[in-house]
Design a protein around this ligand. Structure first.
Ligand code: PMP
Ligand code: GLN
Length: 381
């Protein structure tokens, strides 16, 4: 008899770990797990070293370094025209994933329903279920991965506690438009429904499309948890530092959970970020930098038999291999890694029921040489 009863009996090891491990074993180019292979800013690493030398090495405020929160509030006002209060509306977290988990843990009661769009970032549904919630899964329209708002409307009932959105979207690179936000607003008006908005790719948005942050919509913000990741913005995914923005009443409850879990986050990095966040160029140029990489990758990929499903944001672009093989996407991704030396992510991993459209996800946040090397192999497909 097993010593414990699993809280997540159907969950295995996350696909990111599985594919990165496989890439390592086979010496493959890793275009699977989303992380840049180019260095982060040395100005920022110098600031961390300086903060450590200056002896900012003890616990900081439970909600995050006050100066960093003040500067996030200033950034939000500048970008989205919304005044948020650093004392009551922002909590610094050990990463975006933690920020999301904490929001779900803060609000979910057993039996509460959470509307999730699939493909969904792989932590969402386990995070809901471990908190006794029920994930109501709605597939995004294939192949543009837009939200079917009529289905959302049909799914809302008195048990609906939350709707989770993610733009720019992982794994597809789809982005929400103003019309989506207006429909969301219409649906939740006069209800108790909360929103969790995963905006970790806030600055990684292309083609001149404005990011539709919840922070632009005060009517939505008061019922939302909006989650961000410094890892994505500053090319340091290994830092695991992010933040959540909400309204005072929700944030008060959020901090009750956070204070007995992480309590506070890495102090020297917060000191460094409080300084570096003032450099607007660093995040305002991010979209064009990554767009160039997407375009470079897409152009190379045009000489393969894989069919592009265009991305408008994030680190990722998806490709269909339906015209090449009947294999399921996991087998196909494993074969690509073993036989062609390219690791990717099979998109069925982002569906609870393993829905398989014969699509794989590529991370293009890489140096051009890495992308060249990968596509040289993919041409053989
Ligand atoms: N949400 C999405 C959609 C992501 O892709 C990531 C990246 N891992 C996260 C949240 C979490 O970010 P972090 O690494 O800061 O936990
Ligand atoms: N967000 C990254 C991705 O989608 C991976 C994060 C992780 O490994 N947990 O690839």
């Amino acid at each position: 008899m097993s010593l414990i009863q699993s809280k997540l009996p159907t969950v295995g090891t996350t696909i990111f770990t599985v594919m990165s491990q496989l890439a390592l074993e086979h010496g493959a180019v890793n275009l699977g797990q989303g992380f840049p292979d180019f260095p982060m800013s040395s100005d920022l690493t110098d600031l961390v070293a300086k903060a450590m030398r200056d002896n900012f090495n003890q616990y900081t405020h439970m909600a995050g370094l006050p100066l960093l929160r003040e500067r996030i509030a200033a950034k939000v006002a500048m970008l989205y025209g919304t005044e948020i209060h650093p004392d009551t509306d922002i909590t610094i977290t050990p990463g975006g994933t933690y920020a999301i988990y904490t929001a779900l843990t803060t609000v979910l009661q057993p039996g509460d329903e959470v509307i999730v769009f699939e493909p969904a970032y792989d932590s969402y549904i386990p995070n809901i279920e471990i908190n006794g919630g029920i994930a109501v899964r709605i597939p995004l329209n294939y192949p543009d991965y837009s939200i079917p708002w009529d289905k959302v409307k049909e799914s809302i009932n008195p048990k609906t506690r939350m709707i989770m959105i993610n733009s720019p979207h992982n794994p597809t690179g789809a982005v929400l438009r103003e019309s989506d936000m207006l429909q969301l607003m219409e649906l939740v008006r006069n209800t108790q429904i909360l929103i969790l908005s995963d905006e970790v790719y806030e600055h990684l948005i292309f083609d001149g499309i404005p990011h539709q942050s919840i922070l632009r919509y005060p009517e939505l913000l008061h019922r939302s948890f909006v989650c961000f990741s410094f890892g994505k913005t500053y090319h340091c995914t290994g830092w695991k530092l992010g933040y959540c923005i909400s309204s005072p009443a929700l944030m008060k409850e959020y901090r009750k959970v956070h204070q007995f879990n992480g309590f506070c986050c890495d102090t020297p990095k917060q000191v460094a970020l409080a300084e570096y966040i003032q450099n607007k160029e660093a995040y305002l140029t991010l979209g064009s930098m990554l767009q160039q990489k997407r375009d470079y990758f897409r152009k190379l990929m045009a000489s393969t038999r894989l069919k592009c499903i265009p991305s408008h944001g994030s680190y990722f672009e998806c490709y269909s291999y339906a015209g090449i093989s009947d294999e399921n996407d996991k087998d196909f991704a494993v074969r690509l890694t073993k036989e062609f030396g390219i690791a990717t992510i099979p998109v069925s991993a982002f569906y609870k029921d393993g829905k398989d459209d014969r699509v794989i996800r590529f991370c293009f946040a890489k140096q051009e040489e890495t992308l060249d090397k990968a596509v040289e192999q993919l041409i053989r497909l």
